[in-house]
Write a protein that binds this ligand. Structure first.
Ligand SMILES: C[S@@+](CC[C@H](N)C(=O)[O-])C[C@H]1O[C@@H](n2cnc3c(N)ncnc32)[C@H](O)[C@@H]1O
Ligand SMILES: Nc1nc2[nH]cc(C(=O)O)c2c(=O)[nH]1
Ligand code: SF4
Ligand SMILES: [Mg+2]
Length: 209
């Protein structure tokens, strides 16, 4: 990469853009709400069941001017979801400022494994055992969404819930390939522990992005 471009990416003024699409938020608290998604490339958290492994290598995704990403996104929706890859690998201040200047709401999907940058209306923290969230992200999260791949994930979910703020909304979401096995256990768990709510990847049932 040219030095000038690398400097802009380092400052968050350009971002490796993998894809962007207008859809319905499929997961968590805003499930069912129309939103424009910006998927930023780059992630080294390494979830073996990740459903967007193509996002991991940032070099495969073209550095794109942050201002033009925001300008375009704001044409589609008043709710913008920034996801990845791991968006917090990059400085999110320029992107969220450009979005806020255009009067839209900023949501992020993050593992919380990197420093919290950006001005967010909604933070969905989905913690991962391979690279745990930073305390600042635990404290700022509006929603905790723990992926359940096996029985041990209930214990992990409780450990994570102990670290978020009091008002943080707690979700369990089945890992897609294990959902038939895990959903019955999760239903039982949520009925016994009603501070948790179920989240499903409803966009996959609807066959939308
Ligand atoms: C692809 S990640 C990108 C954002 C960020 N890296 C993160 O993990 O939160 C978006 C959301 O999808 C979830 N996810 C990824 N693969 C999944 C799978 N196979 N089944 C269920 N949820 C999955 C993640 O936990 C996260 O909540
Ligand atoms: N419809 C839809 N909802 C989503 N919620 C979180 C997603 C993500 O990949 O971050 C996602 C996604 O990829 N599609
Ligand atoms: S942190 Fe997110 S993008 Fe990265 S591997 Fe895990 S699920 Fe995929
Ligand atoms: Mg997804």
């Amino acid at each position: 990469m040219k030095r000038e471009i690398k400097e802009l990416v380092d400052r968050g003024e350009m971002l490796p853009l993998m894809e962007e699409f207008y859809t319905i938020q499929g997961e968590g608290y805003f499930k069912g709400t129309a939103a424009y998604f910006i998927r930023v490339g780059g992630c080294d958290v390494g979830c073996h069941w990740c459903d967007v492994k193509e996002s991991w290598d940032a070099n495969l995704h073209p550095p794109t001017k942050t201002d033009s990403i925001a300008e375009n996104a704001a044409k589609y929706s008043d709710t913008i979801v920034v996801t990845g890859g791991e968006p917090l690998m990059w400085d999110m201040n320029p992107l969220t400022k450009a979005l806020k200047d255009r009067g839209v709401k900023t949501h992020i999907e993050t593992s919380g494994a990197y420093e919290l940058t950006g001005d967010w209306d909604w933070i969905c923290l989905s913690p991962k055992k391979t690279k745990l969230p930073l305390q600042e992200v635990h404290k700022a999260a509006h929603e905790l969404k723990v992926i359940v791949y096996n029985k041990h994930d209930f214990k992990f979910a409780e450990e994570q819930a102990a670290q978020v703020g009091e008002d943080c909304i707690l979700f369990l979401q089945p890992e897609w390939s294990k959902k038939d096995e895990m959903i019955p256990l999760m239903v039982e768990y949520v009925m016994k522990n009603p501070k948790w709510k179920m989240s499903l990847q409803t966009h996959k049932y609807m066959n939308i992005p």
